[in-house]
Design a protein around this ligand. Structure first.
Ligand code: EPZ
Length: 417
């Protein structure tokens, strides 16, 4: 397994081009199951989860060609409607094929995703909502078996709001008979991106980005050419890289409007930030303590919690994190402590006492965003930090060591022998 080795202490300076959003690409790839017509997707990030989803779609009959972020996709016929455990255990987002398969193919057999490092990650809301739309669903031997004669519109209330649940049901409803209303829908920008893609394919979706989405079913969808939105979490991660190293970075090809809460938080923690239509410039300053609570969009994103904790470890005081989305999303704390951080965890609360400096150490990545927080800490720690199990990082960050070394970081990947 590859490792990443960082010698800390260099303030970062320069420009980083942001890649396409992993969490927008995954549902949009799943949505190509909805029509036999061809699609072209651009700005697709080159990360492991996208490769996994493409493999899963190929196993279902998809013809996918492309490189450098531009792919042509066609699924003239669905040759398999099964997503086996081997795929789902490596990527929970495989559950996103359930709605489209039911809508177009009227049958799906998808492995029940297990938990993961950050929580139990149930999908009960997905299944209950699809049943409301007329799907017959049984779960046996860890597999979800779902069939329907025809999905029918329904009014669905999500409690709590769920990102992939909203996406699954929005896709399923595009070909349902009648109108579906999703109440307490998730409002993340990735959902708006999916809705824009689906409407370009001839769907009739109104209200994406709000807590109520109305989908008027249509008989069939066409193909489309679409450019994926930029990754707001990659953007936020590199913003913290500038803040924690007291450097200055310009992030291009991004969408500042998707990061309002993160921008405001980092300003309060001492960074100087200016924004344009598609760029963010951030200059790190003395790090001030700050309290954050993770909540659904547009509040502070749980996917930025680990990165914010890394920054807090070097603040001039006491910061508090309240993690309200996932029940065990502090795996990075123990590794940051190995680097000298002072962090106290109680249930879903973390108290971070700022210290003068961190020291490089051998640390273990545990999940995607936890691993990014270890990279951020390594960029500023005295000495060398060696991060193992970086396959977690590769799931959601495209060429992170190349992007960081181009702005001055002393970072390299050590290939497993
Ligand atoms: C999506 O996961 C993202 N993944 C996650 O990003 C992100 O952390 C999360 O949304 C929250 O923003 C993708 O988009 C592929 P949820 P998802 O359903 O959809 C509960 C990353 O780092 N819930 O919005 O699985 C659940 O337990 C990943 O890129 C149910 O109870 O999250 C949680 O407490 C990590 N029953 C809350 O809802 C359900 O059926 C929100 O989860 C579904 C969810």
């Amino acid at each position: 397994m590859d490792k990443i080795v960082i010698s800390g202490g260099t303030p970062l300076h320069g420009e980083i081009k942001i890649s396409g959003a992993k969490n927008a690409t995954l549902p949009i790839l799943a949505a190509t199951l909805l029509s036999p017509e061809p699609y072209t997707l651009s700005n697709v990030p080159n990360v492991a989860d996208i490769a996994t989803m493409q493999k899963l779609l190929r196993a279902m009959g998809a013809q996918i060609q492309g490189q450098d972020g531009i792919y042509s996709i066609g699924i003239p016929q669905i040759t398999s409607c099964e997503a086996p455990y081997e795929w789902v255990k490596t990527m929970r987002a495989s559950i996103l094929v359930l709605g489209p398969l039911l809508a177009r193919h009227k049958e799906a057999h998808v492995s029940l995703p297990g938990g993961c490092a950050i929580g139990t990650r149930p999908i009960n809301l997905h299944l209950a909502a699809l049943s409301q739309m007329g799907a017959e669903i049984t779960v046996e031997h860890g597999m979800i078996h779902a069939t329907t004669k025809q999905l029918k519109g329904a009014t669905i209330f999500f409690e709590p709001s769920t990102v992939t649940g909203t996406e699954n049901l929005m896709m399923a409803a595009t070909l349902a008979e009648g109108t579906t209303i999703l109440k307490n829908a998730a409002q993340e920008p990735e959902i708006t991106d999916l809705a824009q893609f689906l409407n370009q394919c001839g769907a009739n979706i109104v209200g994406a980005g709000t807590d109520q989405i109305t989908i008027h079913g249509v008989p069939a969808l066409s193909g489309a050419s679409y450019t994926i939105m930029p990754d707001r979490i990659e953007t936020g991660t590199f913003m913290v890289a500038a803040a924690i190293t007291q450097g200055e970075l310009t992030l291009s090809d991004c969408r500042p409007e998707n990061l309002t809460c993160v921008i405001n938080t980092l300003k309060k923690m001492g960074s100087d930030i200016t924004t344009g239509k598609k760029w963010i410039r951030i200059k790190g300053g003395p790090i001030r303590p700050f309290d954050i609570t993770t909540l659904p969009y547009p509040e502070f994103p749980t996917d930025m919690q680990a990165q914010a904790m890394a920054l807090m470890t070097l603040s001039s005081g006491l910061s508090k994190i309240t993690e309200t989305i996932f029940e065990s999303r502090f795996n990075h704390a123990a590794e940051l402590r190995r680097m000298g951080a002072q962090i106290y965890i109680e249930h879903n609360y973390a108290i971070v006492q700022g210290v003068k400096s961190l020291s490089g150490a051998k640390v273990l990545a545990s999940d995607l965003r936890a691993s990014s927080s270890l990279v951020l800490a390594g960029l500023v720690a005295n000495g060398e930090t060696e991060i193992s199990r970086v396959y977690h990082l590769d799931r959601g960050y495209e060429k992170i060591e190349e992007k960081l070394s181009r702005v001055g970081a002393n970072i390299k990947r050590v290939k497993a022998v």
